[in-house]
Design a protein around this ligand. Structure first.
Ligand SMILES: *[C@@H]1O[C@H](CO)[C@@H](O)[C@H](O)[C@H]1NC(C)=O
Length: 380
C-alpha cells in the first residue's frame, strides 16, 4: 500500500484525505426531555463522579463523564462483507471500537442496529472478552475481527467489540449505536488495536493524523478527516501543543482567565481534547469559579443555568495553552434549550480537564499521532 502514500505526495493533497461526514443527532438529553423523562433521569443519576471508561480509569488516570447527555456527533461506518452499517461516535476520549451485536438482549440493543457475525463471510471470531464502563451505562462483549469501512477507507482485519450486554438505560436513549475510539492504544480495553493504529499499520493514510471540524449548525456540516488537514475548515495559524501523556489526547493548560483574571487552573493543569464529551468539564471548585465569573447560577439537579436575556453579553472565557490564548465567547458556551439556557461548563470530582465539543466547535482540532501533538486553529 506504500504506493498510495507516494501517490498522495504527487497529487493534490485533498485527493488523499478521507473525509467522513458527522451528523448531529438527537442527544439523549433531548430524547429524555421530549418524553418528559429528563427530571426523573437526572434525579436517578445525580451529579456523581462516574468514570466514562472505568477500565481505562485503572490504567491511565481518569476521564469521567458527568451526566453528559448531549453526546451526539456521530458518523456512519460499516462492518463486514456484505457491509452492515452503524452510527458511531468518533471519540478521541477512548480507544476501543465496539457495536451492539445479535448476542445482546439488553434494552439498548432492542432499538439499535446489531451486528450479526454469521452474515459476514470476512468475520473472524476470538474468545477474548472486552468490558467498558460508562458513567451511565456499560458494555461487555467479545472481540472479533472484520473489515471496517470508514468513508473511503477499507480497514481490514480490524478488531472490535461485539456487545453481549449493555446494562443501564442510558444507551437506549442515544442516537448512536456504538463507539469508535481514537485515543492511544495504551488505554484500549483488552489491548485491542485501535482503528487508527490499524489504519497506520496498513499504510491507509498519507499522514498519521486526523482532524475534526464540528459544525455549529444543528445537523450537517461536521467532518472528521483521516490522513489530512483541510484548510477550508479553519482560518489563521495552527497552534501545535505537545501531547504530555500518550493515553487520552492529554495536554498541559497554563491557566483559565475571564476578563484578564485567572479564575481556574491557576498553577497549570492537565486537560484532554475529547470529541466524545459535549461540555468543557473541570474540577468542582474551578468550574464553580468560572460559572460565577460569567454569571451562571446553580439550578435544580446541580446544573448551571443562565438567564437567556443576558447570554449575549456574558464575558469570554480564555484557556491559555502552551502560551497561546484560546477564547470561548458566550455564544459558544451557552446552550439554548427548550427549558431555558444553560452553561456549557460541567463539573467533576476529578483533576483532569476535558475540552469537549463546546471547545472543539470553536477550534478545528488536529490529532497528530506522527508527532504526538494536538493542533488547534480557529474554526472557519
Ligand atoms: C496565564 O498563562 C499565560 C501563558 O499561557 C501567561 O502568559 C500568563 O501570565 C498567565 N496568567 C497568570 C495571571 O498567571
Amino acid at each position: 500500500m506504500k504506493w498510495a502514500v507516494v501517490l498522495c505526495a504527487l497529487v493534490a493533497l485533498t485527493e488523499c484525505m478521507h473525509k467522513v461526514p458527522l451528523y448531529k443527532g438527537k442527544s439523549a438529553r433531548e430524547t429524555l426531555e421530549e418524553q418528559g423523562l429528563l427530571d426523573k433521569f437526572l434525579k436517578k443519576h445525580p451529579y456523581n463522579p462516574t468514570a466514562k471508561f472505568n477500565s481505562v480509569f485503572a490504567r491511565a488516570s481518569s476521564k469521567t463523564l458527568t451526566n453528559d447527555y448531549d453526546l451526539s456527533y456521530f458518523g456512519v461506518i460499516s462492518i463486514g462483507t456484505p457491509p452492515q452499517s452503524f452510527k458511531v461516535i468518533f471519540d478521541t476520549g477512548s480507544s476501543n471500537l465496539w457495536v451492539p451485536s445479535v448476542y445482546c438482549k439488553s434494552q439498548p440493543c432492542t432499538n439499535h442496529k446489531t451486528f450479526d457475525p454469521s452474515k459476514s463471510f470476512t468475520f473472524r471470531s476470538t474468545s477474548r472478552t472486552v468490558a467498558i464502563q460508562y458513567g451511565t451505562g456499560a458494555m461487555t462483549g467479545i472481540l472479533g475481527y472484520d473489515t471496517v469501512t470508514i468513508g473511503s477507507i477499507v480497514d481490514k482485519s480490524q478488531v472490535f467489540g461485539l456487545s453481549e450486554t449493555e446494562p443501564g438505560s442510558f444507551l437506549y436513549y442515544v442516537a448512536f449505536d456504538g463507539i469508535l475510539g481514537l485515543a492511544y492504544p495504551s488505554i484500549s480495553s483488552s489491548g485491542a488495536t485501535p482503528v487508527f493504529d490499524n489504519m497506520m499499520n496498513q499504510g491507509l493514510v498519507s499522514q498519521d493524523l486526523f482532524s475534526f471540524y464540528l459544525s455549529r449548525d444543528s445537523q450537517a456540516g461536521s467532518v472528521v478527516t483521516f490522513g489530512g488537514i483541510d484548510p477550508s475548515y479553519y482560518t489563521g495559524n495552527i497552534n501545535w501543543i505537545p501531547v504530555t501523556s500518550q493515553t487520552y489526547w492529554e495536554i498541559t493548560m497554563d491557566n483559565i482567565t475571564v476578563s484578564g483574571n485567572v479564575v481556574a487552573c491557576s498553577s497549570g493543569c492537565r486537560a484532554i481534547v475529547d470529541t466524545g464529551t459535549s461540555l468543557v468539564i473541570g474540577p468542582m471548585n474551578d468550574i464553580a469559579n468560572i460559572q460565577s465569573s460569567v454569571g451562571a447560577s446553580r439550578g435544580q439537579n446541580g446544573e448551571y443555568t443562565v438567564n437567556c436575556n443576558i447570554a449575549k453579553s456574558m464575558p469570554e472565557v480564555t484557556f491559555n495553552i502552551n502560551g497561546v490564548p484560546f477564547t470561548l465567547p458566550s455564544t459558544a458556551y451557552v446552550f439554548q434549550r427548550t427549558s431555558g439556557c444553560s452553561s456549557g461548563f460541567g463539573q467533576d470530582y476529578n483533576d483532569l480537564w476535558i475540552l469537549g465539543d463546546v471547545f472543539i466547535r470553536v477550534y478545528y482540532s488536529i490529532f497528530d499521532r506522527g508527532n504526538n501533538r494536538v493542533g488547534l486553529a480557529q474554526a472557519a
